[in-house]
Design a protein around this ligand. Structure first.
Ligand SMILES: Nc1ncnc2c1ncn2[C@@H]1O[C@H](COP(=O)(O)OP(=O)(O)O)[C@@H](O)[C@H]1O
Ligand SMILES: CC(=O)N[C@@H](CCC(=O)OP(=O)(O)O)C(=O)O
Length: 248
C-alpha cells in the first residue's frame, strides 16, 4: 500500500472517527498535525490577544512558549490515540534530531518561520521500524523555536520525502461556494488556484493549504489532495473519488 504524508488540521481536534481512519490505513504514514484552535484557546485563557496576518498567527516571543506547549501536548495525545488503536505512533516536533530547520519569515510576525531544511533521517528510521511519526510544526533557527503553519510544514516534509501529501480538514475539498459541499473542485491547476485566490473564492485557512500542496509538488511529491477528515477518506483520495487534487 502506498506511503502517504497526511496533514491533520487542528480544526478536526483529533476526532475519534479520524483516528480510526488513520490507524486503519494499511500502508506507512507520516503525519503532520496542526492545532490552531487549541493554541487560540490557550492564548485566550492566559490573557493573550491573538492576531492573524495572511492566515499566519502573529507570534510574539512571549507567546511562542504557549504555542510550543500546546502543539507538543496535542502531538502526544494524537500519538496515544493512534497507539491505542493499534498503530504505534511517536510525536515529534521540529526540535527533534534537527527535523525542521527554519528561518524567520518577517520580523513583524514575531517568531513565525518558514521551512529552510528538512532532516528526514529520524522519520525514515521510524518508518523503517514500523512506527508512525507525528510532527508538530515547530521549527528551529539560531535563536530557538519558530511557529510554522502546519500546512506549510506538511508540504515541505512531503516534498523532502517525495510522498503524496493529503491535507485533511473540515471541508470536503476546495469549494466554489464554501457553504455548499456540492461545489467541490475535483482537480485544480496552479493557474486555477491563483485565479481563485485572486477572486477571493479561496480564502483564510485554505490559502496556506493550496500553497503547501503546490509547494509539495514543486519539491517532489507525486501528488497532493485536500479532503475532509472522515471515515473512508484515504481510500477515497487514493482512488480520486474524494477531495480536491492539486496539480501543477
Ligand atoms: N474555497 C474554499 N473552499 C473550502 N474551504 C474554504 C475555502 N476558502 C476558505 N475556506 C475555509 O478554509 C477552512 C479550512 O482551513 P482551516 O480552518 O485552516 O483548517 P485546518 O485547521 O484543517 O487547517 C474551511 O473550513 C473554510 O472555512
Ligand atoms: C504561524 C502559524 O499560523 N502557525 C499555526 C500553527 C498551527 C496550525 O497551523 O494549525 P492548523 O493546521 O490547525 O491551522 C498557528 O499558530 O495556529
Amino acid at each position: 500500500m502506498e506511503s502517504l504524508l497526511v496533514k491533520i488540521g487542528g480544526s478536526l481536534k483529533g476526532a475519534a472517527e479520524l483516528l480510526e481512519e488513520i490507524a486503519a490505513y494499511p500502508g506507512p504514514l507520516v503525519l503532520v498535525h496542526g492545532g490552531g484552535p487549541n493554541i487560540g484557546e490557550w492564548l485566550g485563557r492566559l490573557g493573550f490577544e491573538t492576531h492573524f496576518h495572511n492566515g499566519l498567527r502573529v507570534t510574539p516571543p512571549e507567546q511562542m512558549e504557549v504555542v510550543e506547549m500546546v502543539l507538543s501536548t496535542l502531538g502526544k495525545q494524537l500519538a496515544h490515540g493512534l497507539s491505542a488503536r493499534g498503530r504505534n505512533a511517536v510525536a515529534l516536533t521540529g526540535r527533534d534530531a534537527g527535523l525542521l530547520e527554519a528561518r524567520l519569515l518577517e520580523p513583524e510576525l514575531g517568531r513565525v518561520g518558514e521551512v529552510s531544511g528538512v532532516k528526514t533521517e529520524v522519520l525514515e528510521c521510524l518508518i523503517q521500524a514500523g512506527i508512525t511519526p507525528l510532527v508538530a510544526p515547530i521549527g528551529l533557527d539560531g535563536e530557538g523555536a519558530l511557529n510554522i503553519n502546519a500546512d506549510t510544514a506538511a508540504g515541505a516534509i512531503a516534498g523532502a520525502l517525495s510522498l503524496p501529501a493529503v491535507f485533511l480538514t473540515d471541508v470536503v475539498g476546495v469549494l466554489r461556494d464554501p457553504k455548499d459541499p456540492a461545489t467541490r473542485y475535483a482537480r485544480l491547476t496552479r493557474g486555477e488556484v491563483r485565479d481563485l485566490v485572486a477572486q477571493g473564492v479561496i480564502s483564510g485557512g485554505m490559502i496556506p493549504k493550496v500553497e503547501a500542496a503546490l509547494n509539495a509538488l514543486d519539491r517532489g511529491a507525486p501528488w497532493a489532495a485536500i479532503a475532509r477528515g472522515e471515515r473512508g477518506v484515504l481510500q477515497g483520495v487514493l482512488s480520486g473519488q474524494a477531495g480536491t487534487r492539486v496539480v501543477l
